[in-house]
Write a protein that binds this ligand. Structure first.
Ligand code: FMN
Length: 189
């Protein structure tokens, strides 16, 4: 296979699509974030790369809390809107029905199937475009209708993913295997 070099690109394809929320001067604000992932099992922790000039980042700095909300494909347009316009220019506080958990200052989106309530553990700045925000997930909320046998079910949630540079959103396909299980059938050639 011939390989074409593309330079230094932030390409882990596809990327998750999330809505990250924080209170700014007592009002909820949200930004769309794709540079995000789980980085520790116990305690459950998340890390995201975000430009500190975003209004939501100012809210995270203000309260030391934030939320990570997973939108369904039905919410694609509002999710893109949140990522297109800053709360500095357009008031995004009324876009969603907001609920709160134990931290009180991490606004979570009722319409999203899954919500993570987080406290900021550390912010790393290294002179790049983005800072790295590391949060502990202190609580996880899932709408009952999106669960099967007591577990969040991604097929019911209808979450979607994103590819950068070509700027496209994709829905997820069907489940194709079982983790920590299918590898047992593998035969070394
Ligand atoms: C699909 C998508 C993914 C994005 N991912 C990120 C990201 O990972 N990090 C980031 O800093 N900004 C990201 N953005 C841009 C912010 O969401 C955008 O600048 C937003 O308007 C900031 O809002 P705020 O200023 O109200 O906080 C993304 C935007 C879109 C549309």
């Amino acid at each position: 296979m011939e390989k074409i070099t593309l330079g230094s690109k932030p390409m882990i394809y596809p990327m998750p699509v999330t809505l990250v929320g924080a209170d700014v001067a007592g009002k909820p604000n949200f930004m769309t974030i794709a540079f995000i992932g789980i980085v520790n099992m116990n305690p459950a922790m998340v890390a995201m790369g975000a430009n500190p000039s975003h209004l939501t980042c100012k809210g995270i700095a203000e309260n030391g809390t934030f939320s990570v909300n997973l939108p369904s494909a039905k919410m694609l347009e509002v999710t893109d809107y949140v990522g297109l316009y800053s709360g500095e220019k357009k008031d995004k506080s009324g876009l969603f029905k907001v609920f709160r958990g134990m931290t009180k200052t991490a606004p979570m989106i009722e319409e999203c199937p899954l919500n993570l309530e987080c406290t900021l553990i550390q912010k790393l700045s290294f002179g790049g475009t983005d800072d790295i925000y590391i949060g502990e997930i202190v609580q996880t909320f899932c709408g009952e209708e999106f669960m099967t046998s007591g577990k969040p079910d991604v097929e019911k949630m209808g979450t979607f993913v994103f590819t950068m540079n070509d700027n496209r959103y994709f829905s997820l396909g069907k489940a194709i295997g079982k983790a920590w299980s299918d590898g047992k059938k593998y035969k070394i050639k």
